[in-house]
Design a protein around this ligand. Structure first.
Ligand code: BJ8
Length: 422
């Protein structure tokens, strides 16, 4: 409507290109989401949030800014939302899952860069993302080479803070990460003018843990056969967790879980009992990257879990709520975040065990590894995961793809062939 348009103009978006993007997104969402059968009533919340992804939520964020709040954008689950919230700021995820502004992006990052990076750079250069344009500070991190070098270029376009994330997990790495938490805390205090107190951090930790618990509850319910929720909807829930208000989100997902519990008790699901069940593992799938989940779920299988940062890797571990002083709380944060089994770490063998355990817990019949083209860390681990799954007797398929649609037919053929063997 006119008010939204005025807001987007104020954010200096390219209105015509942005209209085009929303039209494509709406069509894509209709085909992939609204066409599903046996959807939960609580999915209305998902449809609403998505239909207003560049509308109402941006309006709320603008209102918060007008009231003096700061907005922090992130690209990685290593950035602790607990600290951001404790400083009274709003945190939003900026990873992007659509092909947009690619040519512009390639003026800033090399062609052989993964689409996740090209997408957030492209969205910025093409002036398409109201979240990016709302940020007062954007936090980068030294994870993969692609991201860390892209942030050097990106910092010419936005106010950035770079966190050093270690690549190993020895005691000295823990010390380094702990000191980076302090540096991030100080950056937030400078940005917002608010001191981060023990009381504020304790409260923020409760909020973020409650969000994780709701997502853990959802994950646990997906062990049921028949699967009570589609993988597409579960992925969307995890995607929305990165930009909706955390307290509202938690309440809505707990309501949805109540509905799922009733469904499981009644033996109902989105696909018949004994439908082949797959665990997706690998690179994060940012909104609206729904290509592979859609292909899988239209090939006679159902997805029962996501071993990615837009999934289990972001929700598996809680932050210890028992420390009473700031120092203890920062120790707890460091301990919690350093458990993340990102492929950027070496070695990263715990990930292999975590995938096998997750597949077992979710009663998965197989694992599909998703790697983005040009992503070195996950391409290497796809091979290791394949060996580990074979050793554990779990059927395995590795897929490497990008945000384009050109390979959709070929991917579907491979997925269908894999599903047939299950
Ligand atoms: S903690 S997974 S969110 S770094 S796909 S940009 S790795 S070349 S996203 Fe990640 Fe944090 Fe790790 Fe999670 Fe690089 Fe690969 Fe691209 Fe990637």
């Amino acid at each position: 409507d006119a008010a939204h348009k005025a807001m987007w103009e104020k954010l200096d978006l390219d209105i015509e290109a942005h209209d085009g993007l929303l039209a494509v997104l709406g069509k894509f969402y209709g085909d992939i989401y609204l066409s599903q059968e046996g959807r939960l009533k609580g999915a209305e919340y998902l449809d609403f949030v998505l239909s207003e992804v560049h509308g109402l939520r941006i309006k709320e964020i603008q209102d918060a800014k007008a009231a003096g709040k700061k907005v922090v954008g992130t690209f990685c689950v290593f950035v602790p939302e607990e600290l951001t919230l404790a400083a009274g700021a709003v945190q939003v995820g900026l990873c992007a899952g659509a092909k947009a502004g690619t040519e512009l992006a390639e003026t800033l990052v090399p062609r052989g860069t993964c689409d996740l990076i090209k997408s957030f750079v492209g969205f910025k250069l093409a002036r398409l993302c109201p979240y990016t344009e709302s940020c007062d500070l954007i936090v980068g991190e030294t994870t993969c080479d692609g991201k860390k070098k892209a942030y050097e270029a990106f910092s010419q376009l936005a106010n950035m803070h770079i966190m050093e994330v270690p690549q190993c997990k020895a005691p000295c790495d823990m010390t380094l990460f702990r000191s980076e938490l302090v540096r991030y805390k100080e950056a937030l205090e400078t940005l917002t003018g608010n001191a981060i107190t023990a009381a504020a951090l304790a409260e923020a930790t409760k909020v973020v843990n409650a969000k994780r618990r709701a997502l853990q509850r959802l994950s646990a319910l997906r062990a049921a056969d028949p699967a009570p929720i589609s993988g597409r909807d579960a992925l969307l829930i995890n995607q929305i967790s990165f930009y909706d208000d955390p307290v509202r989100f938690t309440a809505k997902i707990n309501e949805l879980c109540d509905e799922i519990e009733a469904r499981v008790a009644a033996g109902q699901g989105v696909a018949p009992k004994k439908t082949p069940r797959l665990l997706l593992a690998g690179c994060p799938m940012a909104v609206p990257n729904w290509k592979l989940p859609y292909l899988i779920e239209s090939s006679g299988a159902v997805i029962v879990g996501e071993e990615s940062c837009i999934g289990e890797r972001n929700t598996r571990d809680l932050t210890d709520e028992t420390p009473a002083d700031l120092d203890g709380m920062l120790d707890a944060l460091a301990a919690r975040y350093m458990q993340i089994d990102c492929a950027c770490f070496t070695p990263n063998d715990e990930r292999l065990d975590n995938i096998a355990a997750l597949a077992k817990r979710l009663n998965a019949d197989g694992v599909v590894h998703y790697g983005l083209l040009f992503c070195q860390p996950y391409a290497h681990e796809a091979m290791k995961v394949g060996k580990a799954m074979t050793a554990a007797g779990i059927p395995y398929l590795a897929i490497e793809t990008d945000y384009g649609m050109e390979d959709a037919g070929q991917l579907k053929t491979r997925v269908e062939a894999f599903v047939e063997t299950l």
